[in-house]
Design a protein around this ligand. Structure first.
Ligand code: MG
Length: 516
């Protein structure tokens, strides 16, 4: 990060300018547009900008600050050093679409229906997508006068009413789903469903082998990902598509767009959401990063994301808003282990993407807000589910109504600002619509265990649930269910209470399999 006297001077200068402007506004504006938040009665502050940087399939062990010996991520490590590195931060689902839906709504996938039992994620040509009745973080912040911009992967439906600009983002530039979903010369979604239902084992094996070879030696020509620019012009949505796009330029282009968005935000608070397409396989990086990392192609890709995080930090600093901005860096789910060297690693956590073991849902997460967040390592429990309620608390003005009813998340403000105990002491682990495991305090109980993507064990329902102490055994290796009958009873009761509190909505992804 560029730090120096001149940039310090610039940010001081722009803060001073802003103060003068705020006084002018206070004098001339009516009482209906207060510029301070009611978060802290003693020390009113501006409502903060919110920046969420969200990697795709980045594992718990893939950053140097989380223990990777070869991949170098100095920018994210610096955020972690002056901000907070969380050790026990979870996503609400072990795959893309339901995890992203939960981040943006603050609600469990089983409550919103943004999940599937037969189909794991949204595929191209989806007729539906993000339900209109859900309130997204972007919509809630838009209502509070925030400018909202998204630059990256959506994966919450590409149907006509599903795109990000229809759900609270003023502008969007990015891909509508995963970067491996528009194969050239391979079966599309409908053909894939037919093939998987055909029972033709030989055809299926040939198909998977052909695809595996392409993942292992990726070329731009194997996929034709669409890159969409979307905004409202004169009250109408205008969506333009570049297809195919060069995947090797995506991280750089998202970064440039994010920086433009910061630079033009002016004095309005903003919400910037950058869900990177990478390091989801197939892996692509720009020329400057080819061969740069000791960690191979995967390392190159992660190091380019690290560069991007640094460039966005620099832009915040240059714009004079760094000290009024909460930055969160996280990942949508664990590493895609099936991809071998083309995928990430979950460090000492068990398993990866697709599973409800820790490696599937516990993700590297860093919070930064210079001058406001005390720095350190936080081993409280938190979740992307909690970002909605937390951001709503941080951005609340006296006239704002509470919009967190029906939300599954907790307000983590006190944990972030004062390092007090997290209000989240429990975490449910769902795979599709089924509760597979449950955490309370340091204890985790597995009702069902199952590998994913041809990795690991078959689905096993445990008549006597497995029990692990995650602090003493973070790799979930030693089942201690026989030793702790009281803990078993307590967790069974907690999980039952949780299940009672949720009315499970039907899985939206599976509607595509129903006759229309
Ligand atoms: Mg993902």
């Amino acid at each position: 990060m560029a730090k120096g006297k001149m940039s310090d001077f610039n940010s001081e200068y722009s803060r001073a300018t802003k103060t003068v402007m705020l006084i002018a506004i206070a004098v001339f504006a009516t009482a209906c547009s207060p510029q301070t938040s009611e978060r802290d009665g003693n020390k009113p502050t501006q409502r903060p900008n919110i920046v969420v940087l969200f990697a795709d399939d980045l594992g718990y062990g893939d950053l140097s600050s989380y223990g990777h010996p070869y991949i170098r991520t100095p920018e994210i490590d610096e955020l972690a050093r002056q901000g907070q590195r969380w050790t026990d931060f979870y996503v609400a689902a072990p795959v893309c679409s339901p995890s992203r839906g939960a981040l943006l709504t603050g609600r469990l996938p089983v409550r919103t229906g943004i999940y599937g039992n037969a189909i794991r994620v949204y595929f191209p040509g989806e007729p539906w997508g993000m339900p209109g009745e859900e309130v997204t973080l972007a919509e809630a912040l838009q209502d509070r006068g925030y400018k909202t911009g998204m630059f990256g992967k959506w994966h919450l439906g590409d149907g006509p009413d599903a795109l990000p600009t229809r759900h609270g983002f003023d502008e969007w530039f990015g891909v509508p789903y995963s970067n491996d979903m528009n194969w050239v010369g391979e079966p599309d979604f409908e053909a894939l469903v037919k093939l998987s239902m055909s029972g033709d084992v030989e055809q299926q094996a040939m198909f998977f082998a052909r695809r595996a070879a392409k993942y292992a030696a990726p070329e731009e020509a194997f996929w034709e990902a669409p890159l969409i620019t979307s905004r409202k012009v004169d009250g109408e949505f205008v969506d333009t598509t570049e297809q195919p796009t060069q995947q090797s330029t995506l991280t750089k282009r998202y970064t440039e767009e994010a920086i433009n968005f910061i630079n033009k935000s002016g004095d309005d608070p903003f919400f910037l959401y950058v869900p990177y397409t990478m390091p989801h396989t197939p892996l692509f990086r720009s020329d400057e990063f080819v061969g740069k990392s000791l960690g191979g192609r995967y390392g190159d890709v992660v190091e380019e994301i690290d560069w991007s995080v640094g460039a966005i930090q620099d832009a915040l600093e240059k714009a004079g808003v760094l000290e009024n901005t909460l930055v969160v860096f996280s990942s949508d789910n664990g590493p895609w282990l099936k991809m071998h060297e083309e995928g990430g690693r979950s460090g000492l956590l068990r398993h990866g993407k697709g599973t409800t073991f820790e490696g599937g849902v516990r993700v590297p997460t860093v919070f930064s807000w210079p001058g406001t967040l005390p720095s350190g390592v936080v081993s409280e429990i938190g979740s992307t589910l909690d970002l909605f309620a937390t951001v709503m608390a941080l951005s609340k003005m006296p006239q704002d109504s509470d919009v967190t009813t029906g939300v599954d998340g907790f307000d983590l403000t006190a944990t972030l600002l004062e390092k007090s105990a997290s209000p989240r002491q429990e975490m449910p682990y769902y795979r599709g619509g089924a509760l597979y495991a449950y955490r309370k305090g340091p204890w985790k109980m597995h009702f069902i265990t199952e590998g994913a993507y041809d990795q690991g064990e078959a689905r096993t329902k445990h008549n006597i649930p497995q029990l692990y102490h995650l602090l003493r055994d973070p790799s979930e290796r030693f089942d201690v269910s026989e030793k702790y009958p009281e803990v078993m009873a307590d967790l069974l009761a907690a999980a039952a209470d949780h299940q009672q509190s949720v009315n499970i909505k039907g899985p939206l992804f599976d509607r595509r399999l129903m006759p229309r």
